[in-house]
Design a protein around this ligand. Structure first.
Ligand code: FES
Ligand SMILES: [Fe+2]
Length: 317
């Protein structure tokens, strides 16, 4: 029997980056468009962040468009029903009784290293792994993220497949690979690589890196090259054929001068953006071969696909 590919049609289960902590100040809200629907993220005055479905259970207004944060709750702009942080309706201004079922779904949230993560599981599964804290980030010795974001017409499996795709580095990224290993461990997939990058502008950079996916959609890379660096990439489906890819770089403070590091990080992000555009041209135009013809010298594509599949099938404890 042909193996089915559930990952072709549904979204993976896991933690997804949906923005930065600084995007949502205390007492404010922000609409989010992911997983082919809308969410409203809002903070109470003490800073507690919640994410709820944005569509009101009353007559369906999008709470994030014109709604208000009030005493740590959100009020719908259409008929002013008010929902608390759990998503329960707590006030209907023109009715004595709050109807049963007047609630919106609340989604688990984590804020780690300045990034907001939302848990998404179409099958209702609860969070079963954590997004780890990057110890260096936020300390005096490291600068804050320099970031960028691109919207790509592709399925996230294409981005994830980079973990195992050893043979695309020379052709797509002009990078000579000397060492290439993958380690798959439950919800984590790690790529260990060493080689020489030949930037398009000339020169050569010797590097080694360890890049770990924590779940299906967030990867942290520790890299040693001309300079030590930490960067993340996070991709979140907008709909079945589109995703938002965010990435950011943090660098050590160079010679006691954070501005110098920020400048360098800006250039670094530009280089990463160029690298992603090299991939994007392939991703947006390729098809997905369920049974690719592979050869020695390809990376462990099959292992990667088996690892990724865990985020689409019901989880067994
Ligand atoms: S649609 Fe939200 S209160 Fe009516
Ligand atoms: Fe790539």
């Amino acid at each position: 029997m042909a193996e089915s590919a559930p990952e072709k049609t549904t979204f993976p289960r896991g933690w997804f980056a949906v923005g930065y902590s600084s995007d949502i100040p205390n007492g404010e809200m922000k609409g989010l468009s992911y997983f082919a629907t809308k969410y409203v993220a809002f903070r109470d005055n003490e800073g507690k962040l919640s994410i709820l479905d944005a569509y009101c259970p009353h007559l369906g207004a999008d709470i994030s468009i014109g709604g208000k944060v009030e005493d740590g709750c959100v009020r719908c702009p259409f008929h002013a029903w008010k929902f608390d942080q759990s998503g329960q309706c707590v006030d209907v201004p023109y009715a004595k009784k709050i109807p049963r079922g007047a609630k919106v779904k609340n989604h688990p949230v984590q804020e780690v290293n300045g990034i907001v993560f939302m848990w998404h599981a179409a099958d209702g599964d609860e969070p079963h792994y954590e997004i780890p804290v990057i110890e260096q980030y936020g300390t005096d010795g490291w600068i804050e993220w320099a970031t960028n974001s691109v919207v790509i017409k592709t399925h996230p499996r294409e981005v994830v497949e980079n973990v195992a795709d050893k043979a695309h580095f020379p052709t797509v990224h002009n990078t000579h690979v000397e060492q290439f290993d993958n380690i798959y461990d439950e919800h984590k997939a790690t790529q260990v690589t060493a080689g020489i990058a030949y930037p398009r502008g000339g020169g050569e950079d010797k590097f080694d890196l360890e890049a770990t996916y924590h779940g299906p959609a967030y990867q942290v890379t520790y890299m040693n090259g001309v300079i030590q660096s930490i960067y993340f990439q996070a991709h979140t489906p907008i709909d079945e054929n589109t995703l938002q890819l965010r990435f950011g770089v943090s660098l050590p403070v160079i010679s006691g001068d954070p501005e110098k590091s920020r400048k360098f990080a800006g250039m670094y992000v530009q280089n990463l953006t160029t690298g992603y555009h090299e991939d994007i041209q392939i991703w947006e135009n390729k098809t997905y071969n369920e049974r690719p013809v592979l050869c020695p010298g390809d990376g462990p594509i099959g292992k990667l696909r088996r690892w990724y599949k865990q985020f689409f099938v019901p989880r067994v404890e």
